[in-house]
Design a protein around this ligand. Structure first.
Ligand code: HPA
Length: 277
């Protein structure tokens, strides 16, 4: 254990193992594949990525024991198994947000499951507001790092730390090779569920935030805690509050995310197929 590591305590690990065993044995009973190459978590409006897969199993979250249920409109709430070329993938269409009333610990259950099943890597995606003034709606951003302005409120997760090995280099290089224009930037996490004020976005820009969103940060941290190689990708679905005169709404986010779905799918599929080390 390195100096940075925090001892999680035996109870936490025992409970986590029990929960994962319960879920894994349910998935096994449904005939789901047990050898998984990569996990993918799909953000708002990005669920259609699963069309790139040869789907073999679709398991609604509501059928999975010990699994939280997704409540946000635009998330179908299913665990999907499928193949991309000769790789087997598990994709989470619909995720759990702190603002829906889940504990931070519950929001990272998909990450823990992807790790427990033995996947080699994880791709996390989200819809985000562009803080950086050079970003446009529809742009893709590879997440280099995260900013949590309200981190004191996340202290129930004192067991987490940030030591992300940078796989963002790989993601960025892959995007370039595909001829895609992508940004690299800092994802600034807010609790939500309401959008930010103009003054907050101004402050977040000064802090170094490039995109703002209500997910992903805890998932990235949990993946790194578990030693699971991870890449985060944001689709910029709107200019963050105050940049334009438009009011923000969730429908706009879904439409914009879906408009860039082909390039997003190209990048995700490439990152699934190619080796990261
Ligand atoms: N703010 C926070 N979360 C978001 C946004 C935003 O502007 N767009 C999509 N998710």
């Amino acid at each position: 254990m390195s100096g940075l590591d925090v001892d999680l305590g035996r109870d936490f690990n025992d409970n986590l193992t029990k929960k994962m065993e319960e879920i894994l044995s349910y998935l096994q009973s449904q005939g789901c594949p047990e050898q998984i190459h990569a996990g993918v978590i799909l953000g708002s409006g990005l669920g259609e990525y699963t069309e790139a897969l040869r789907i073999t199993h679709t398991i609604p979250y509501s059928d999975i024991p010990s699994f939280p249920q997704s409540t946000v409109e635009g998330h179908s709430g299913a665990l999907i198994f499928g193949n991309l070329e000769d790789r087997t993938i598990m994709a989470f269409s619909g995720r759990f947000h702190f603002y829906e009333g889940y504990e931070i610990d519950e929001t990272v259950i998909p990450v823990q499951l992807i790790h427990a099943i033995g996947a080699k890597k994880l791709l996390i995606s989200n819809a985000a507001g562009g803080i950086n003034l050079s970003y446009n709606v529809g742009d893709l951003m590879v997440i280099d790092n995260i900013i949590r302005p309200h981190r004191r409120m996340m202290q129930q997760s004192s067991k987490w730390h940030w030591n992300m090995k940078s796989y963002s280099d790989i993601a960025f290089t892959s995007a370039i090779k595909l001829g895609l224009t992508v940004h690299r930037g800092n994802y600034l996490y807010v609790f939500g569920p309401n959008y930010e004020t103009k003054a907050e976005i101004h402050a977040y820009r000064i802090m170094g935030g490039d995109a703002v969103g209500m997910s992903t940060a805890a998932e990235l941290m949990e993946a790194t805690r578990l030693g699971l190689p991870v890449v985060g990708i944001s689709v910029i679905t709107n200019a963050a509050a105050g940049i334009t005169r438009e009011a923000l709404n969730h429908d706009e986010v879904k439409v914009a995310a879906s408009a860039r779905k082909e390039d997003f799918a190209l990048l995700v599929s490439r990152l699934i197929i190619e080796d990261w080390v």
